[in-house]
Design a protein around this ligand. Structure first.
Ligand SMILES: [Zn+2]
Ligand SMILES: [Zn+2]
Length: 240
């Protein structure tokens, strides 16, 4: 309650402009988007039909049986889920997270509650999708680590930022890249530095956005080669 009052007062003192519609953001907890833009953002509630493996949005209504998109059949992770669709307030928040290592409270709450209501079981390690050294120095932080750290603090699950590294610097994936180009750009890009920390573990890979799944699939492939038991993927947003 106090948080809410404080956030509203701060928003009054330092008005923020919504990065989507340019109206003012009335509550600091909403971050870079106003309440009305958040309302237009599809956050998964658990009643829609999502691919049983990659979590891709298939239809707004529930389905009586497990449905798969089959675009993810070859992917190496076991299952993936996201908070919602990469649009409006979620896409603005993801873009902002590449600029500053901060996630507003509303989105933090959505992120943690989606995790708590997910099918992920017995996770023993949180592994953020790593950046290359070059990208890390350009940006100053890894946005996936910011997210994994929130979960680590909330759940007490161990955070491991050292075991998986990105040994090859790959260009940023652009929206125009097709799945084949994305796949080629991350092929063999990852390496496990400390296999004994990985062996037999059920790992939650954390990233900001799931696009084609090529990046997380290659991380999963590398981790499984080193003896990881299960790889689950959790992201803020998922592209349509
Ligand atoms: Zn707005
Ligand atoms: Zn799928």
């Amino acid at each position: 309650m106090l948080h809410k009052v404080y956030d509203s007062l701060l928003a009054l003192a330092y008005p923020q402009v919504c990065q989507i519609c340019e109206n003012s953001v009335e509550n600091l907890a909403d971050g870079v988007a106003c309440r009305s833009c958040w309302k237009k953002t599809r956050i998964f509630s658990g009643t829609e039909t999502l691919c049983g493996k990659c979590g891709r949005f298939l239809q707004p209504k529930p389905s009586n049986f497990k449905t798969f998109c089959h675009l993810c059949d070859e992917h190496f992770y076991d299952s993936a889920c996201a908070v919602g669709i990469y649009e409006n307030a979620l896409s603005a928040s993801v873009l902002n997270l590449k600029r500053e290592p901060f996630i507003a409270r509303h989105l933090q709450n959505l992120f943690v509650s989606r995790f708590e209501n997910s099918d992920f079981q017995d996770i023993s390690l949180l592994v953020p999708v790593p950046l290359s050294k070059r990208r890390f120095f350009e940006r100053g932080f890894n946005q996936a680590s910011v997210l994994a750290d929130i979960l680590a603090k909330q759940t007490g699950i161990k955070l491991d930022e050292q075991s998986l590294i990105r040994k090859i610097h790959t260009p940023m994936h652009r929206a125009a890249m097709d799945n084949k180009a994305r796949e080629m750009s991350v092929k063999n890009a990852f390496e496990v530095k400390r296999p004994r920390f990985i062996e037999g573990k059920k790992i939650l890979l954390v990233d900001d956005v799931f696009t084609s799944g090529a990046t997380v699939s290659n991380c999963a492939k590398t981790l499984k080669k080193c003896g990881a038991d299960k790889i689950y993927v959790f992201t803020l947003a998922k592209t349509l």
